[in-house]
Design a protein around this ligand. Structure first.
Ligand SMILES: O=C(O)CCC(=O)C(=O)O
Length: 300
């Protein structure tokens, strides 16, 4: 059976190399919005099903209208922006980040020197987990219909740059397997000119993927479509942007200011997020910016 599957796959790859339009019809791209191996997508779905069996969360209705609306918008558009709530917490964290950045406790990726990471955010700024207030926890549980866990936490700063864009600065999707969600909590006020994330909500993302867009480095023929219809995730410091990063999106360098944000990546889980966090501690920050996801979604 494996040998037959292998032959079908090889044949398909040869055909797709010859007729690139065929690539658009890859089932993973249309069904999951990614080009990961089917085996990995199925493994993630299976794990998610197991998590739902352990704790079948509700649809958020009991948690009130905000949660219900957030879950609905996450499904239809791929994002929801919660307004800021605790200015004192945002200020404490923003000041800590400022001190760490000034002390050089940072690292950068060669490709994107305008994105500056705080090196040990979980150790040095553990207050970031307080951003997961009850309505955000309830939204995540309702969106996953299970418990969830944080598998990555980071804090990074965007600074102005004149460099041509690479990697996160180009229109792209994160190519994640199913059931990954992200949250970004702005630590500075953020609008179109001060570094707001830009996304194509699900309907536009689907049209782009159907028309053949996937590779950020081969996007010229989609430029017109990519450059209209996007939405800037604007919000004051403390706003929480909850989103599915398989929508087409790009980071945008701020002009004349810095943009700081804490970011979390979530997966379903068989136990509550705070119990998982208490167990793994700094382990949640292992992913950082290398865009990898765990091979095994059930691993800590
Ligand atoms: O920080 C941002 O505005 C977006 C970064 C990004 O592209 C991503 O998280 O995938």
């Amino acid at each position: 059976m494996d040998a037959v599957l292998q032959r079908v796959k090889t044949g398909y790859r040869r055909l797709a190399a010859r007729y690139p339009a065929l690539d658009t019809f890859r089932p993973n791209r249309l069904v999951f919005g990614n080009i990961r191996p089917m085996r990995q997508n199925l493994r993630y779905l299976q794990y998610w099903r197991e998590c739902r069996r352990v704790h079948p969360g509700g649809d958020g209705a009991a948690a009130g209208p905000v949660v219900q609306e957030a879950v609905r918008k996450l499904r239809t558009d791929g994002y929801y922006i919660f307004p800021p709530q605790d200015p004192g917490l945002v200020q404490t964290i923003a000041q800590k980040v400022e001190r760490l950045a000034a002390a050089g406790q940072t690292s950068v990726d060669e490709l994107e020197p305008w994105m500056i990471q705080i090196s040990h955010c979980v150790r040095d700024v553990p207050e970031i987990f307080q951003f997961l207030r009850p309505e955000i926890v309830a939204t995540l549980e309702a969106a996953f219909r299970s418990h969830f866990k944080i598998y990555s936490a980071e804090i990074y700063r965007l600074v102005p740059t004149e460099r041509s864009m690479e990697a996160s600065g180009l229109w792209h999707t994160d190519n994640y397997p199913p059931a990954v969600l992200k949250a970004m909590v702005y630590l500075t006020d953020c609008d179109q000119t001060s570094g707001a994330l830009r996304i194509h909500p699900w309907p536009g993302t689907r049209r782009l993927l159907r028309s053949g867009f996937f590779d950020r480095y081969q996007s010229e023929r989609f430029a017109d479509r990519l450059n209209r219809g996007w939405v800037a995730m604007e919000g004051r410091a403390g706003s929480v942007v909850l989103w599915n990063s398989n929508v087409v999106h790009r980071a945008t360098p701020p002009k004349g200011a810095i943009r700081d944000a804490a970011a979390f990546k979530f997966l379903p889980s068989k136990e509550p997020w705070d119990r998982h966090l208490a167990r793994v501690g700094e382990g949640v920050s292992y992913e950082r910016r290398n865009r990898a996801v765990p091979d095994d979604p059930s691993a800590d």
